[in-house]
Design a protein around this ligand. Structure first.
Ligand SMILES: [Zn+2]
Length: 291
């Protein structure tokens, strides 16, 4: 993965998932740089590429977040109303975006496709759509199968990870598009690192109950008395169990809490925080050529 500072969009900075990102597929993770949010001391915590859709938690109206989305979407050559966002609730529910879903959501008040049902993962094989998942410490997972030309994105906090959202998204791509996990490439973006992700013993117990004692290897108590969870590597392990080759999984080593100048972090900021997002989309080749 590498940082891109996009000269065409002043100050815009994002990270490309280089095992997926190409002229025909966009696969990026936002940073907090290059947007229009957070112009006052009261809204400094939102500076500047805030992609949160939690209206109640911010002191800005929705306009700035919408402008931020427009900047990123334009930088990737997609149309604003072809963005797909989710109503995320730490579930393992998956939305399969087909033409019917696109039609049902095209004219909603958000100006783009904010799917109404609660879900934390999304898959499609429709060219021209840009799928997104929002995070602020949680793990963003992007998936691409070059054989079936299908893509997926998942939001995995500890609840979603416990519920197996990454594995289920891979299984969904296999069921719906006939993907073989051996062909799928995956990218796990910036998220809270094991350095900072303290969890309660009840969380550890929940994982042991679901996955057995072996899961303890993804936790450490070396920092303090509480367990610290390596949620990025746990998600990587689950993707490998789902059949994806280890060599096809790229994992960001950046911790969102340790890098407040680059990322939003719920753990760093406390109650008020902005949102990052992971994006993946199949570019409409003919349209790109015409443009
Ligand atoms: Zn950290």
């Amino acid at each position: 993965m590498k940082f891109i500072n996009d000269a065409s969009f002043s100050g815009l900075q994002y990270i490309t998932a280089d095992n997926i990102h190409s002229p025909s597929v966009s696969a990026i993770f936002s940073t907090r740089n290059g947007g229009v949010s957070g112009g006052t001391p009261e809204t400094e915590y939102l500076r500047s590429m805030n992609l949160s859709l939690r209206f109640s938690s911010g002191e800005e109206d929705y306009g700035n977040a919408k402008e931020n989305y427009k900047i990123i979407i334009s930088s990737q050559g997609f149309k604003f109303n072809n963005l797909v966002t989710l109503r995320q609730k730490h579930t393992s529910n998956i939305v399969v975006v087909d033409e019917r879903v696109v039609e049902e959501n095209r004219n909603n008040p958000f100006g783009f496709n904010r799917l109404s049902e609660a879900a934390d993962a999304i898959v499609t094989n429709i060219q021209g759509l840009l799928l997104s998942v929002r995070t602020a410490d949680c793990v963003p997972i992007l998936l691409y199968d070059p054989k079936t030309k299908s893509i997926g994105a998942a939001h995995a906090g500890w609840r979603g990870t416990l519920a197996g959202v990454g594995r289920k998204t891979v299984e969904c791509m296999a069921d719906v598009y006939g993907s073989n996990p051996k062909d799928i490439k995956a990218a796990i973006g910036p998220a809270i690192g094991v350095c900072c992700f303290e969890v309660g013993f009840e969380v550890l117990d929940g994982f042991i109950k679901e996955y057995g004692d072996d899961i303890v290897k993804h936790f450490t108590t070396k920092y303090k008395s509480k367990p610290y969870c390596d949620i990025k590597l746990m998600n990587k392990a689950f993707l490998i169990e789902a059949g994806i080759f280890e060599n096809n999984i790229d994992v960001s080593d950046l911790c969102t809490k340790c890098n407040p100048d680059l990322f939003y972090s719920a753990r760093y900021s406390g109650e008020k925080y902005g949102s990052l997002a992971g994006f993946i989309g199949l570019k409409n080749q003919t349209e790109t050529e015409v443009l």
